[in-house]
Design a protein around this ligand. Structure first.
Ligand SMILES: O=P(O)(O)OC[C@H]1O[C@H](O)[C@H](O)[C@@H](O)[C@@H]1O
Length: 549
């Protein structure tokens, strides 16, 4: 169905008119005027709690945003996704990462195939394999148990498992050390190989397509390194593959008995739930991997059934849309107040920006509003001591998602209160800021002269009124992590529906890949690069000259 341009819709116009005043509201006043603001603008779901009260909006704004969500067909797109319709229009594919976390016994027929059955058959394969590796029954070519696992993959075949393995560090197997190699830069593989022993290392070659240049080069390097001390016959004990491409796996020389399949209806950035999560299942064990899937499924059920007014992914998405559209927020900063979530911002970058970093609508028209903001971030409190200065006093308004756990999974005294105090203080500071009067009073308390006060005063003012969300969970456990990822996945779908972009393709990554192939041929061959612009030609010539040094 062709949607009308976003800015021409009745509900967008109503919101835009509301925004002319709402965008100037002061959150301090909104909190002062309504003692019920916190209970009104918070929501619980699947073990997560979202506080979106520290945004420049009120219940009427939320009502208008939800009207827009209805008008843009958020519910029908959501239902079409869950039903397995081919909502990835440019690739004619279903989008069914949600099917990967459906409980056993639930059928979902797509193209005549019960994919619920297929998903659980692969989960059984994962259970069997991970049990054997973890127990020590799976032996390397000299009869020793596996001690190191190297996941070779990039993009969605790296970011999800790497983030989740780190996030669930405290649930990990004590013998198994996990490594992730993604970069075509040989320094990445070199560093990993320096830490492992071929006798006790398992390589997982993880690639949906099994054609991705970086992964194929890295996998070839690992194979070559392994064969320096072992034989071809030893490969099956040390190399397994995760892919949708059985032919390419066989052509690479990996026994397809050691291949964990998945399907074209799983997008790369939505694939951690599939066999791409094999490294995670190895690290935490199949039981916790199942909890991880169950946490995501709980969020799926919430997203599918909760009224929009209490629907956490919808609310998170619509608040984000409001900030992007009406506060001109060109970026979104993610601040996990949990060290083990240090890779979560990087994971969200792919999820959000590869999904919604689009400039044409599903029907090919150029969009008439900005789309996905730049997503970035770093663990609090480290971020506070690096770039929070800009967020507090810089010229742009950057919304922040604070993510924290109410309880720690360690028992070191004093740390968790200090961490939470920082998290809550930052969201308060961004919201309240510091007025001129308050800044002056602080300086007067220091008994400074009037001249000194006048000099310092402008630097001590914080404009405040800067929006943030706070997402809390009890502890960072497998289920909560599953729910958190699913929350952001569904947020992405909702925003994609509002902007009417296809959140499930990624054509924008193709051009560079093709050009890199051409340039690589020039770098390694004798052809002089004359067909590029003078900059690209010049850079290639420099690199070729350096090869002869
Ligand atoms: O899993 P693969 O087929 O190797 O793909 C790995 C990644 O590379 C591609 O270029 C896409 O941008 C990503 O969406 C994908 O996750």
């Amino acid at each position: 169905m062709r949607l009308p341009a976003l800015t021409s819709t009745a509900n967008f116009l109503a919101l835009a008119s509301h925004a002319t005043t709402a965008r100037t509201w002061q959150m301090r006043q909104l909190f002062a005027a309504d003692a019920q603001r916190f209970p009104k603008l918070t929501v619980d779901a699947a073990g997560l709690f979202l506080d979106y009260s520290k945004n420049r909006l009120d219940s009427r704004t939320v009502g208008l945003l939800l009207d827009l969500a209805r008008e843009r067909g958020v519910e029908s797109l959501r239902d079409a996704m869950f039903a397995g319709e081919k909502i990835n229009l440019t690739e004619q594919r279903a989008v069914l990462h949600t099917a990967l976390r459906m409980p056993r016994g639930k059928a979902l027929v797509v193209d005549g195939q019960d994919i619920g059955h297929d998903v659980h058959a692969v989960l059984d394969q994962i259970k069997d394999f991970t049990d054997r590796v973890r127990s020590g029954a799976w032996l390397g070519y000299t009869g020793k148990p596996i001690t190191d696992v190297v996941n070779i993959g990039i993009g969605g075949s790296d970011l999800g498992p790497k983030m989740a393995v780190l996030a669930l560090r405290s649930y990990s197997h004590p013998r198994l050390k996990m490594h992730f190699v993604s970069n075509v830069d040989g320094h990445d593989m070199d560093a990993a190989l320096a830490q492992v022993n071929p006798e006790t290392t398992l390589f997982i070659v993880a690639s949906k397509t099994f054609t991705t240049a970086e992964t194929m080069l890295n996998a070839g390097t690992a194979r070559h390194w392994f064969l320096q001390s072992a034989t071809e016959a030893d490969l099956p004990r040390h190399f397994v593959a995760v892919s949708t491409n059985q032919q390419a796996v066989a052509a690479f020389g990996i026994d397809t008995a050691n291949m964990f399949p998945f399907w074209d209806w799983v997008g790369g950035r939505y694939s951690v739930w599939s066999a791409i999560g094999l490294s995670l299942a190895l690290a935490v064990g199949f039981g916790y991997f199942t909890d991880f899937l169950a946490g995501a499924h709980a969020m799926d059920e919430h997203f599918r059934t909760a009224p929009l007014e209490q629907n956490m992914p919808v609310l998170l998405a619509m608040v984000g849309f409001w900030n992007r559209q009406f506060l001109d927020a060109g970026s979104l900063s993610i601040a996990p107040y949990h060290q083990d979530l240090s890779r979560f911002p990087a994971y969200l970058q792919q999820l959000d920006m590869e999904s919604n970093g689009k400039r044409v609508t599903r029907s090919g028209a150029v969009v008439d509003t900005p789309t996905c903001p730049v997503v970035w971030g770093e663990c609090g409190t480290n971020a506070q001591h690096a770039y929070f200065q800009l967020l507090h006093q810089g010229t742009d308004v950057t919304p922040i998602d604070f993510i924290a756990t109410l309880r720690a999974t360690h028992d070191l005294a004093g740390h968790h209160d200090a961490l939470l105090a920082n998290c809550f203080a930052q969201s308060e500071a961004f919201m309240k800021g510091k007025t001129e009067e308050e800044a002056r009073a602080d300086l007067q308390a220091l008994k400074l002269s009037e001249e000194e006060i006048a000099t310092l005063l402008p630097h001590k003012i914080f404009p405040g009124n800067r929006p943030s969300n706070t997402i809390l969970m009890d502890q960072l456990n497998p289920s909560a992590l599953g729910a958190l990822i699913a929350l952001y996945e569904h947020k992405t779908l909702v925003q994609g529906a509002i902007w009417d972009v296809n959140s499930f393709d990624q054509w924008g990554v193709e051009l560079g890949k093709v050009l890199a192939k051409n340039i690589q041929a020039e770098l390694t061959g004798s052809v002089q690069p004359e067909r590029h612009d003078s900059s690209t030609n010049g850079l290639i010539v420099m690199a070729k000259a350096a090869q002869h040094l």
